[in-house]
Design a protein around this ligand. Structure first.
Ligand code: ZN
Length: 156
C-alpha cells in the first residue's frame, strides 16, 4: 500500500470512531506523510510538530522559554495545524504482511496529531482501533501482540 492510500484508509476508519468526532479529524488529511530512516531500530512512526507550534513560548530574543507539557484536555493544545509531518518506518509499507500494523501505527500518530500524548486517554483511544490484532499500546500491550513480535523478528 502507498502512503497516501494508507492515510486515506486510516482517516476513513477514524471518522467511524464516535469518541473522536469532536476533534479536528477533517484536518488530518492535510498532514504530509513520509518515511523514517530505514535503519531506525526503535520507532515505528513519529509525529513531528512544527517548530513554532502553539505550545512553545519564546522570549523577545526568540529563545524558547516554555514548552507546553499538557496536551488534551487542556485549552490551546496542539492539533493537526501544528503538525509538520508524520513519518512511518519504510518496512511497514514494503511488504503487504505489515499493512495492518502500518495502519495501526498511523492511527497512533494521528492521535498525537490530534493533541494527545501517551496519557491514559490516549491509551483508551488507541484501544478503539477496529483491527484488534494490530492494536498498539503500552510496551506491555505490544509485547503481547503476536503481530508486533513478528515485526520485531522480521528479517531485514
Ligand atoms: Zn506515540
Amino acid at each position: 500500500m502507498q502512503l497516501p492510500h494508507l492515510g486515506r484508509f486510516v482517516i476513513d476508519k477514524i471518522f467511524k470512531i464516535p469518541e473522536l468526532t469532536n476533534f479536528e479529524i477533517d484536518k488530518l488529511e492535510q498532514i504530509p506523510l513520509g518515511y523514517l530512516r530505514k535503519n531506525n531500530k526503535t520507532m515505528l512512526g513519529c509525529c513531528r510538530f512544527k517548530n513554532n507550534s502553539r505550545w512553545i513560548r519564546r522570549n523577545k530574543r526568540g529563545e524558547i522559554i516554555e514548552r507546553g507539557k499538557d496536551f488534551w484536555p487542556y485549552e490551546n493544545t496542539l492539533g493537526p495545524d501544528d503538525v509538520r509531518k508524520i513519518d512511518i518506518h519504510p518496512d511497514l509499507l514494503a511488504d503487504p504482511q505489515w499493512e495492518r500494523l502500518a495502519a495501526s501505527v498511523l492511527y497512533h500518530e494521528y492521535l498525537h496529531a490530534l493533541g494527545f500524548r501517551h496519557c491514559p486517554t490516549f491509551r483508551a483511544l488507541e484501544s478503539l482501533w477496529p483491527d484488534k490484532d494490530a492494536r498498539l499500546g503500552t510496551r506491555k500491550v505490544k509485547l503481547n501482540s503476536p503481530m508486533y513480535i513478528r515485526w520485531l523478528s522480521r528479517s531485514k
